[in-house]
Design a protein around this ligand. Structure first.
Ligand SMILES: N[C@@H](CCC(=O)N[C@@H](CS)C(=O)NCC(=O)O)C(=O)O
Length: 215
């Protein structure tokens, strides 16, 4: 398989974690988002949305949108499972993932931040402090809910005693929160999960700084 991604992209990071937890081999093709490589004609043929990640499977499929990729991985490589065995548990894990994937990450994606900075026609014109405040607002909002959900369901990881899709989403969002200088002191349970991930080989191998294109 080939993962098209970028070392600091949260959606690429969450996909790497899932691939690693499943013990799957994959090559990486890096796209430098800072230079707009995701908008090249060649990449747009793979992913018309011009966003990372995209996963080329061994069968020649091209998968896009990290939630779809993670669900595909779970369906095609069920061991070890990243979703609980019961429907209620799966709904909880997917809800935790969606807090990040739907309600936090899209608001601090590169193209949204460009608009917030005023580089796009929206002309909102924020400086770096304004961008941090914007991103932080949505991160704190989502993390506050997640801290409560984790308190209800955690036995070490976000849900239960083994990593699930929710942890694949959480760890990159914590990394991103630090880049926006968010004070994480109010989220001790999330930080506890992060320290567990810091000792887990699948999460370590997925760390941005451990990727071939890291600079
Ligand atoms: N919902 C998409 C979001 C993908 C996304 O926003 N990717 C970011 C990197 S984390 C990106 O490619 N940004 C490039 C840009 O905004 O031009 C997913 O989960 O795959």
């Amino acid at each position: 398989m080939i993962l098209h991604g970028y070392w600091r992209s949260g959606t690429s990071y969450r996909t790497r974690i899932a691939l690693n937890l499943k013990g799957l081999e994959y090559q990486q093709e890096a796209l430098d988002l800072r230079t707009g490589a995701q908008k090249s004609d060649a990449y747009l043929r793979l992913n018309p949305q011009g966003l990372v990640p995209a996963l080329e499977t061994d069968d020649g499929l091209v998968l896009t949108q990290s939630p779809a990729i993670l669900e595909w991985l779970e369906e095609t490589h069920p061991e070890p499972p990243l979703l609980p065995s019961d429907a209620a548990g799966r709904a909880q894990v997917r809800a935790m993932a969606a807090v990040i994937g739907c309600d936090i990450h899209p608001l601090n994606n590169l193209r949204v931040l460009k608009a917030v900075r005023g580089l796009n026609p929206d002309q909102m014109g924020a400086d770096q402090a304004g961008v941090d405040a914007w991103a932080g607002r949505w991160i704190i909002d989502g993390f506050t809910a997640l801290e409560t959900l984790v308190a209800r369901h955690s036995e070490g990881w976000c849900f239960g005693a083994v990593p699930t899709l929710a942890d694949c989403y959480l760890i990159p969002q914590l990394y991103s929160a630090r880049r926006f200088h968010v004070d994480l002191a109010a989220f001790p349970r999330l930080l506890e999960i992060e320290s567990r991930a810091e000792a887990h080989p699948a999460f370590i191998a997925a760390l941005p700084e451990n990727q071939p294109d890291a600079d």
